[in-house]
Design a protein around this ligand. Structure first.
Ligand SMILES: *[C@@H]1O[C@H](CO)[C@@H](O)[C@H](O)[C@H]1NC(C)=O
Ligand SMILES: *[C@@H]1O[C@H](CO)[C@@H](O)[C@H](O)[C@H]1NC(C)=O
Ligand SMILES: *[C@@H]1O[C@H](CO)[C@@H](O)[C@H](O)[C@H]1NC(C)=O
Ligand SMILES: *[C@@H]1O[C@H](CO)[C@@H](O)[C@H](O)[C@H]1NC(C)=O
Ligand SMILES: *[C@@H]1O[C@H](CO)[C@@H](O)[C@H](O)[C@H]1NC(C)=O
Length: 385
């Protein structure tokens, strides 16, 4: 009897203990999985620290930076009130935000630009510096004018918008910095500089006619994307040869798009854009439309044809030539002398006629960027035949 009840008691006790242990184990398993789920794939393995951009698809609280035991002196957390959750990894000197646009610290950009001494350009919004990041990557850092009246929120909104614009004919945004009251934008570096520097620098080899038409087509594609591909559509407002940059392979990309013009307004109270490229319709109506960009693009096309800046009387020159062109003569007389007569006269006529449509005083008579892309593409396609 005693043996039996002992056996029973031991059995019950062991059963209960095992049951409790199982329940506790199950409880912790569920807890752990919930936690794992919440922190996405940012595990505790330090080797993964900065390997990928931590984007959590369904985070409950997307503005919380999740850190764990790997958070050491090399990591700081930055809390943003607008949903840009950031991680800083010392080894990559960069922060990946939820939006996918890396955020850099002021200090890193200061180092990368040799304390802001590697000046490569001066845009409407402030100086542009060449920077070598610790990874070896070369980028261009645009420091927005400090007298900017733009607040943090507006700047972040702009960065979000810019970060969504991606096209092979745009100089894409690859990062930003908002620290110490400074706003900076980090862009892909374009080794061959601006189109203006190729057209107007006598110590550089002249661009061939064929290349000029290809550059024009690249620019038109970039603008077409801004006008018709981007949501919401973006009007560039400052299309000009110094805003067109060339990559290693001499493919053209449009720069300086999508920025609000606050800085420019505050510096020059009345007219925005660049003199010589400004749509006359805009000057009278003060409203910028896609067709104002088409006008500026037409001026750019004539620059490519004639190798002369708007400030050098380009349009007066074009008007004179247009009279002859109407009388059945061709546009040959305006062609850049640096081409030494090496060009296809038929192509020059087609491109000039297109450019002339783009600068029609009446904006409704101008083609859309989509029409322009088609016209230029057909010029290039006809070459192979
Ligand atoms: C960077 O330049 C500023 C002035 O332009 C100077 O005050 C500062 O000490 C420099 N910093 C470094 C780290 O060289
Ligand atoms: C012109 O081009 C040469 C060589 O490509 C370059 O060294 C020089 O700085 C350029 N000049 C200007 C004004 O851009
Ligand atoms: C463009 O850049 C590449 C690489 O930097 C260079 O080799 C090439 O000569 C440049 N082309 C022109 C036309 O300057
Ligand atoms: C401001 O606009 C005036 C004409 O309205 C022009 O003469 C001047 O150069 C402009 N200044 C800047 C900094 O663009
Ligand atoms: C504008 O386009 C219309 C229609 O193509 C044309 O009749 C007119 O002459 C053009 N005006 C100018 C100033 O080019």
């Amino acid at each position: 009897m005693i043996g039996v009840s002992w056996g029973l008691i031991v059995g019950v006790v062991v059963g209960v203990v095992i049951g409790i242990l199982l329940a506790v184990a199950a409880f912790f398993c569920v807890r752990l999985r919930k936690k794992r789920g919440r922190i996405g794939f940012i595990g505790s393995s330090s080797s993964r620290r900065c390997s990928t951009v931590p984007i959590r698809a369904n985070g409950v609280d997307s503005s919380t930076v999740l850190s764990d035991s790997t958070t050491g002196p090399g990591f700081h957390r930055i809390n943003e009130d607008d949903g840009l959750s950031l991680w800083i990894g010392q080894n990559r000197k960069r922060v990946a935000s939820v939006t996918g646009i890396p955020k850099y610290s002021y200090k890193d950009l200061q180092e990368a630009t040799c304390n802001f001494t590697n000046l490569i350009g001066q845009g409407a919004f402030g100086p542009v510096y060449k920077a070598q990041m610790e990874s070896g990557e070369i980028v261009a850092v645009k420091v927005l004018a400090t007298d900017s009246k733009q607040g943090e929120k507006e700047f972040k909104a702009e960065v979000l918008l810019l970060g969504r614009l991606h096209h092979r004919n745009l100089v894409n945004l690859v990062g930003y910095c908002a620290e110490k009251g400074q706003h900076m934008l980090v862009y892909v570096y374009m080794p061959n500089g601006s189109l203006a520097s190729h057209l107007y620098n006598d110590s550089r080899n002249a661009l061939s006619w064929d290349l000029r038409v290809e550059i024009a087509t690249d620019v038109a594609r970039g603008l077409e994307y801004l006008h018709d591909g981007a949501i919401p559509p973006v009007i560039h407002r400052d299309v000009k040869s110094s805003n067109i940059l060339l990559d290693r392979a001499m493919r053209a990309r449009v720069a300086d798009f999508g920025l609000s013009r606050e800085e420019m307004i505050s510096r020059n109270a009345s007219v925005r854009g660049t003199y010589g490229y400004l749509d006359p319709d805009y000057v009278s109506s003060r409203s910028f439309t896609k067709k104002s960009d088409v006008y500026s693009f037409g001026v750019l096309l004539f620059e490519l044809i004639a190798g002369r800046t708007p400030q050098q009387g380009l349009l007066e020159y074009v008007e004179l030539a247009s009279i002859n062109a109407e009388e059945g003569m061709s546009w040959d007389e305006i062609v850049d002398s640096k081409l030494d007569g090496v060009y296809d006269a038929e192509e020059v006529n087609q491109v000039s006629t297109l450019a002339y449509k783009c600068i029609n005083r009446s904006s409704s008579e101008r083609p859309s960027m989509r029409d322009v892309v088609q016209a230029l593409s057909s010029v290039i396609e006809a070459r192979g035949q």
